[in-house]
Design a protein around this ligand. Structure first.
Ligand SMILES: Nc1ncnc2c1ncn2[C@@H]1O[C@H](COP(=O)(O)OP(=O)(O)OP(=O)(O)O)[C@@H](O)[C@H]1O
Length: 617
């Protein structure tokens, strides 16, 4: 019966980290420490048995040499004992592997979950400056390196050290002179290994860093493949990738050369030691200071010990891999968590009724994306009444999206306060805050699942029966004019590709809008969600949204007059400040606003604006 039950492994909870700066692998190993220590004990027994087998050989050889008519039964007994010990050693190695392998996978999974949970809780600012490829390699290959170290490297290092100690004991017991000769080779070995570690340390870090950079490049190129193709940048992109890949290849080659050079040195040291030992050993046997059996046992023991010492280079390399991987893991885990909830623990239900629209206020809010970066919002004050639809307009880069992102606390204001129903949002637990709002971005991101699952992503599905869920999906799709879903091969069950690649930009935008509407939020934040729609579809969506949003406070950023037509009031943003606020007709008297609307004419509304504007002017 197999002792491995990988398919039934319990899913370990993510480790909640109190002091991430002191986070160690040993901490993550807490649930498996008992089994791991048992594995170490079993491995030590296997090593001691393995290194003792040459002693039986010595006994058999001495018996053969000492007796002119050696007894067959003694030789048979010795042979059977050697086979028995060999089988016992093999059995123990098997038990050790079975004890530890699935446990190491549990640790790997727990670390992966902790890392993912941490990444989900990191503020948006963290994701602005961490390349996704780095995060990818840190949550995949780096963790595999640590699993390999726990399951194999760490135990092998301990058992090899014990084997070396036991082996030296046997060597000294056989002949102190031969033991001393072998021991003399150890400092040379250690010096070689120390130099090797020094070289490997920086190379290992470089390899892992460069792998992360390469993963980022692959990801960017695959995501931006259409842009690269359209701009004829395939060759340039390939050249950049080749340069990065060659850097990684050169570092890998340097690593392999370091391993190769270390092996040459250790094998040479071993060969010289063996030659001297053979010379001295034969001399001692000739002088009858050493039996032939003992000399045979000496070489048989060193034959077992030497590969262990030579393997030390590989073990050190594994240890460095896992050490660097742990440092890289810690580097992420010690980034201060900006958000206050474990995703896996579920979302707190808001204390307020979701059916009442909420008031949103900005009080003297200033914001910058990071130290040293220019201020994007300056002393911004804005009051959006419950149930009101407010359009935010302004030139590109004036800060419209930034205003929206401060409301669900994707970023926190540098100065000033954002209030929801007169409560400072920084005092509201994030799940509670975010459960009250939904956001649709201009760049819609859909996930690799069915249309239905994408639309219901923000809905607490367990609170509704299947008919109610059907109705939520149908309404959201109707209001967002996503009637194209009926033409998909499996309707709402159609699986949409990674990031909705199989859909057009406008279709993705509409599904993203449907997802936000399906949440039935108290506050709906729409970041230019209709920009990719044609004028007729936009008109239809605007009409249905207006009807649907009666009990929802809505802030919508827009460029086109037809989207602005949705709003009760319009706020004109200029360089991070509210330059004017009022109804669309009131603002048309403002030359800057009128110019902005004229620059974005798109339909009959624009024509009306033009004539209104001409009247005003
Ligand atoms: N993640 C970020 N890190 C640093 N600066 C940023 C970031 N996002 C936006 N900015 C800067 O903040 C300013 C405001 O950007 P924002 O996206 O809010 O403008 P916007 O009015 O929504 O523009 P658009 O109409 O083009 O969408 C810009 O100067 C932009 O370069």
């Amino acid at each position: 019966m197999s002792l491995i039950h990988t398919s039934h492994l319990p899913v370990p909870p993510p480790t909640v980290v109190d002091q991430p700066q002191n986070l160690t692998l040993w901490q993550y190993m807490k649930p498996i420490r008992a089994k791991w220590l048992t594995g170490v004990a079993v491995a030590i027994c296997a090593s001691v048995i393995g290194i003792s087998i040459p002693q039986v050989l010595a006994w058999i050889v001495d018996h053969l040499v000492a007796n002119e008519n050696p007894s067959g039964s003694t030789v048979w007994a010795g042979g059977l004992l050697m086979i028995g010990l060999g089988l016992l050693q093999a059995g123990l190695i098997f038990v050790r592997r079975m004890l530890v392998i699935d446990q190491a996978s549990t640790v790997e999974m727990s670390m992966r979950m902790s890392l993912f949970d941490h990444l989900m809780r990191m503020p948006a600012a963290f994701h602005d400056h961490w390349p996704s490829g780095q995060l990818l390699t840190r949550s995949t290959s780096d963790l595999s390196l640590m699993r390999r170290w726990i399951a194999f490297g760490s135990i092998q290092s301990i058992s090899s050290t014990v084997m070396l100690a036991a082996g030296l004991f046997y060597l000294f017991r056989g002949s102190w002179l031969l033991g001393l000769i072998y021991l003399c080779s150890v400092p040379f070995m250690l010096l070689t290994l120390w130099l090797f570690v020094r070289t490997m340390k920086s190379l290992t870090r470089s390899v892992q860093q460069q792998s992360g950079d390469l993963a980022t490049s692959v990801e960017e190129s695959v995501q931006g493949i259409r842009v690269l193709k359209a701009l004829g940048q395939g060759q340039n992109s390939l050249s950049r990738f080749t340069a990065q890949a060659s850097t990684l290849m050169n570092t890998e080659i340097a690593r392999s050369q370091a391993v190769g050079s270390m092996l040459v040195k250790t094998i040479s040291i071993t060969a010289v030691t063996m030659a001297i030992s053979l010379f001295v050993g034969i001399h001692q046997v000739a002088q009858e200071k050493l039996s032939l059996g003992e000399l045979t046992a000496y070489f048989a023991t060193t034959a077992v010990l030497t590969p262990q010492i030579q393997r030390a280079g590989m073990l050190i390399s594994m240890w460095l891999d896992s050490k660097v991987a742990m440092e890289r893991h810690r580097e992420i885990m010690q980034e201060p968590v900006g958000e206050d909830v474990l995703l896996v623990s579920g979302v707190t239900t808001p204390q307020v009724s979701r059916h009442d629209a909420a008031g949103v206020k900005f009080e003297h809010v200033s914001f910058t994306f990071g130290r040293g970066k220019k201020e994007v919002l300056h002393e911004l004050t804005l009051d959006v009444a419950p149930g009101e639809i407010l359009a935010l307009v302004g030139s590109t880069g004036s800060g419209k999206s930034t205003v929206l992102q401060l409301i669900p606390r994707l970023y926190a204001p540098t100065r000033g306060k954002v209030l929801l129903d007169n409560t400072d949002i920084s005092t509201i637990p994030l799940p509670e805050l975010r459960a009250q709002m939904a956001i649709a971005f201009e760049e819609p991101v859909l996930f690799s699942s069915s249309v239905r699952e994408n639309v219901l992503m923000g809905v607490e599905t367990e609170k509704f029966n299947s008919e109610e869920l059907e109705s939520i999906v149908a309404t959201a799709l109707r209001v967002s004019a996503s009637d194209f879903v009926d033409t998909l091969p499996d309707g709402v069950e159609t699986l949409i590709g990674e990031e909705g690649m199989s859909l057009s930009g406008g279709q993705r935008q509409r599904l993203s809008l449907a997802r936000a509407i399906a949440c039935d939020p108290r506050v709906l934040l729409l970041d230019d969600p209709l920009s990719a729609l044609d004028v007729n579809t936009e008109e239809a969506v605007v009409g249905m949204l207006k009807e649907q949003l009666k009990n929802t406070t809505t802030i919508i950023t827009a460029h086109r007059p037809s989207t602005v037509a949705l709003a009760d009031r319009v706020a004109l943003l200029d360089k991070g400040r509210i330059a004017a606020i009022g109804t669309h007709s009131e603002l048309m008297k403002n030359p800057a606003y009128a110019r902005l609307m004229l620059l974005n004419p798109d339909d009959s509304t624009a024509k009306n604006h033009t004539s209104q504007n001409q009247e005003v002017l």
